[in-house]
Design a protein around this ligand. Structure first.
Ligand SMILES: Nc1ncnc2c1ncn2[C@@H]1O[C@H](COP(=O)(O)OP(=O)(O)OP(=O)(O)O)[C@@H](O)[C@H]1O
Length: 252
């Protein structure tokens, strides 16, 4: 099951540059939450702070509190464990290109010490089914490489890889922006299905996409969270003039 995330006074820096400024919000469990805002406003930095990816950049640091359920992710667990429980899918599909489809999905499990073939087979099949890719690849699992798939299939493979290690939260940073409309719609359908089991956070430049998939939406501007509200409210009755200007296309 998904778990909620509570963020309090999150600040992030790259070297001396203060990129995220006092962001607080509650991401509810088993819902999709969209993050929108103009380029460079800090959406990616924010999601990378949620699973401690931000700190993999040597110049970067973060301060503040991020609670996943009762777990303080900056105090109570190692980054590797956090990244298993909070999976991430990126803008460009990044399967391991030379590994087979099967090994792509099994890679995280093997790193976590799973080696029993039957268990691996079961989890690989379940994850590919969850990612709506099973039917397209089931006959080629070990014959075809990750790189041999189409862009949309590669992205679903990356989703299967993230799901295989049994996360509670899935972060998706513009997961469909490199894909054609048919693949995009498959990813959106998938988000709909997955949120019954996982908490989903999706960064998107596509406001229609946010409106289609997310119950709640946050609008970021210059490193600050300007407004966070139910998606229909953000798009029909935003409280802040800056949100209104953005969604009506007056800037960004
Ligand atoms: N690795 C980095 N080193 C230094 N500065 C960075 C780095 N990554 C991002 N930044 C800066 O941090 C700020 C926020 O960037 P971020 O990528 O979080 O924004 P974003 O809203 O996700 O943008 P986009 O929509 O274009 O992906 C920007 O000013 C960006 O230039």
């Amino acid at each position: 099951m998904g778990v909620g995330i509570r963020v309090e006074n999150l600040n992030a820096w790259y070297g001396p540059t203060h990129t995220l400024k006092d962001v607080s919000l509650h991401i509810p469990a088993n819902r999709a939450t969209a993050l929108i805002g103009p380029s460079g406003c800090g959406k990616s930095t924010f999601v990378r702070c949620l699973n401690r990816m931000h700190e993999t950049n040597p110049t970067a640091r973060a301060e503040g509190t991020v609670m996943m359920g009762d777990l303080d992710i900056y105090k109570d667990a190692a980054p590797v464990e956090i990244r298993r429980r909070i999976g991430m899918v990126f803008q460009r599909p990044n399967p391991f290109p030379t590994m087979s489809i099967y090994d792509n999905v099994a890679s995280g499990l093997k790193l976590n010490g799973f080696s029993k073939r039957r268990v691996l087979d079961e989890i690989v099949e379940r994850s590919l089914k969850q990612a709506a890719l099973w039917e397209e690849v089931k006959d080629d699992l070990k014959k075809k490489s990750g790189a041999s798939l189409s862009g949309g299939q590669q992205q679903r493979l990356c989703i299967a890889r993230a799901l295989a290690v049994d996360p509670e939260v899935l972060l998706m940073d513009e997961p469909a922006s490199a894909l054609d409309p048919v693949s995009t719609s498959k990813i959106e359908d998938l988000i709909f299905q997955l949120k019954s089991q996982y908490t989903i956070v999706i960064v998107t430049h596509n406001m229609q996409q946010a409106a289609r998939v997310a119950e709640n939406t946050g609008f970021f501007l210059t490193g600050k969270l300007v407004e966070f509200a139910p998606t229909h409210k953000i798009f029909t009755m935003p409280s802040d003039k800056r949100t209104e200007d953005y969604i009506t296309g007056r800037f960004g």
